[in-house]
Design a protein around this ligand. Structure first.
Ligand code: FMN
Ligand code: MN
Length: 511
């Protein structure tokens, strides 16, 4: 069968204005980030049960924590390794993954991301002999995933999770489109892996479509993957899109696929560990909970589909990519997700035609960027701020979950929470400047509402932290430096004995 990767055109690197990223797989990527001082190897023996999660959580309490490669794990006959805090809270590792300059600001990375994500690049097929993932191929009774050091992250987790920083391929039986999603996978036994996809996710729609025909759903999942494919798998694209084409655009070169031995789906040729398997209709097992991105255990255990594993492919000493879900800054769904979500919101607002938008940021400390959105704009007319707040709150990319929508003026950088708190504290008059939207789109994962049945409905606060439009002329001037003095001091910065570059100021005293 001719492979179909989606219905949108994949016509080269359109959208990308920079050279391809300088890596092809996870091992290249690790060398790249190590050269930039962004990788820490842990050579002491670590227990994958709770200890690995604890070390990752404790080390990542520091916002600048590097990626962590655990080289020696107990219960590990195959000599596997585990990588955690892959992208985490690092804008530098995000930039390196896409082939961007790691010194770019988050606002600049959001702009570049918008360009890059407009592109689509189709995958290429390589021969199974040329695929590094085929160094070891196991079938039948040789399959035993319990031989891998599978992390159990939190004390209350329902089991060890082999799939967190993972990717999952499924095919839409009608169109042939191959979806790539990141869905958690709990290890039930040597050849049984639970797959939790929430309602409406593409992987779930594909599985439901196969089961409705009375047929098993083929699945390919990889547990050691490159960070670009992991990102593409975690970000929402249209249901008809194949994230394989998005991954190609993100790195600037095509994803390399090869054929497997058990199912008709292709497998990623350069991944670390891949399984091929089948979701048989009605085959469910108790799954969960898992400590989530909210910083709480999610929904209680429930029966979920199980992948019967038919083949395992892996490299020697494979690397499992493990995504700790936790409070900021320890959550793997961190800066990369905030950047991507912010880029999507800007795309939506552009399409609507909202003028004057300077930037948007969904800070990852707000439950992985889901909880809060800050929009910075230049006020052009009476009512502009109220319009921006309402549109930003309910545009498709932001409507889910977001509770706090804050508008700030163009002199406030939406990625700088110190400046945002300054605006909230000096330009917002709570009795006048706050509105509430009720019965909005939310999720059962938001623990704030009781009883739990109420949870799918959320509410939103629209906060005007801009100078009042009616009094813009009279509003007190903020204290800003004179441009020529800033330039003079910047030129002498090193001579004055200060290290690093001078702070990047963009707004100056007028008159
Ligand atoms: C580390 C991580 C774990 C995730 N786990 C799940 C999960 O268990 N189930 C789920 O439905 N979505 C999960 N997501 C979110 C999905 O990956 C995301 O919604 C993605 O868009 C799904 O792909 P799809 O849009 O093709 O369905 C996770 C995301 C990340 C970053
Ligand atoms: Mn999808």
């Amino acid at each position: 069968m001719e492979e179909t990767y989606g219905t949108s055109p994949a016509t080269g690197t359109a959208g990308r204005e920079i050279p391809p990223a300088q890596w092809r797989d996870l091992r290249d990527w690790l060398s790249l980030v190590e050269r930039h001082g962004e990788l820490q190897r842990i050579s002491g023996e670590v227990d994958p049960a709770e200890e690995l999660g604890a070390i990752t959580f404790m080390r990542t309490r520091d916002e600048k924590a590097p990626a962590l490669l655990f080289e020696k794990l107990s219960h590990n006959p195959l000599g596997a390794r585990v990588l955690s805090n892959i992208l985490g809270n690092s804008k530098e590792r995000y930039a390196l993954t896409l082939g961007l300059d790691p010194s770019l600001s988050i606002l600049a990375l959001i702009d570049q991301t918008r360009l890059i994500m407009k592109g689509r690049v189709s995958p290429v097929q390589v021969s199974p002999q040329a695929a590094p993932v085929n160094e070891i191929v196991l079938t039948g009774s040789d399959i035993d995933l319990t031989q891998l050091p599978v992390p159990r992250f939190w004390p209350g987790d329902g089991g060890p999770y082999i799939g967190t920083g993972d990717i999952t391929f499924t095919r839409d039986p009608a169109s042939g489109r191959i979806n790539v999603g990141c869905y958690r996978q709990m290890l039930h036994g040597p050849d049984r892996v639970g797959l939790y996809c929430s309602p409406g996710k593409d992987g779930r729609l594909d599985r439901e479509a196969w089961w409705a025909k009375g047929e098993p759903c083929e699945v390919v999942a990889a547990f050691g993957v490159d960070p670009a494919m992991f990102m593409a798998a975690s970000i929402v694209f249209g249901s008809s899109e194949s994230e394989l084409n998005v991954t190609g655009a993100m790195t600037g070169h095509p994803v390399e696929l090869t054929s497997g031995v058990a199912v008709s789906l292709p497998i990623p040729a350069r991944a670390e560990i891949v399984i091929e398997g089948l979701l048989h209709p009605g085959d469910l097992s108790q799954e969960g909970p898992l400590g989530e991105f909210t910083g709480y255990y999610g929904s209680p255990p429930s029966p979920q589909p199980v992948i019967t594993v038919k083949a395992v492919h892996m490299r020697r000493n494979p690397i499992i990519t493990a995504a700790l879900m936790a409070r900021y800054p320890s959550c793997e769904q961190g800066t990369f997700y905030a950047i991507a979500r912010s880029a999507r919101v800007l795309d939506d607002l552009d399409r609507i035609g909202l003028p004057g938008v300077r930037g948007v940021y969904t800070h990852p400390a707000a439950a992985s960027g889901f909880g809060m959105l800050v929009i910075s704009l230049q006020q052009r007319y009476a009512g502009h701020v109220a319009q921006a707040l309402a549109l930003a709150a309910q545009c498709p990319a932001a409507a889910y979950y977001t509770k706090w929508i804050i508008a700030v003026d163009e002199d406030v950088d939406p990625t700088n929470m110190n400046d945002v708190m300054w605006a909230l504290s000096t330009r917002c008059h709570p009795s006048e400047d706050i509105d509430v939207l009720r019965k909005t789109w939310s999720t059962g994962l938001d623990p704030s509402q009781f009883t739990a049945e109420k949870r799918p409905y959320g509410s939103k606060v629209l906060i005007d932290a801009c100078k009042p439009h009616a009094h813009l002329a009279q509003f007190p001037k903020s204290t800003l430096l004179r441009r020529e003095v800033y330039d003079r001091v910047s030129a002498r910065w090193r001579d004055l004995g200060f290290e690093g570059p001078p702070p990047d100021l963009t707004v100056f005293h007028k008159g």
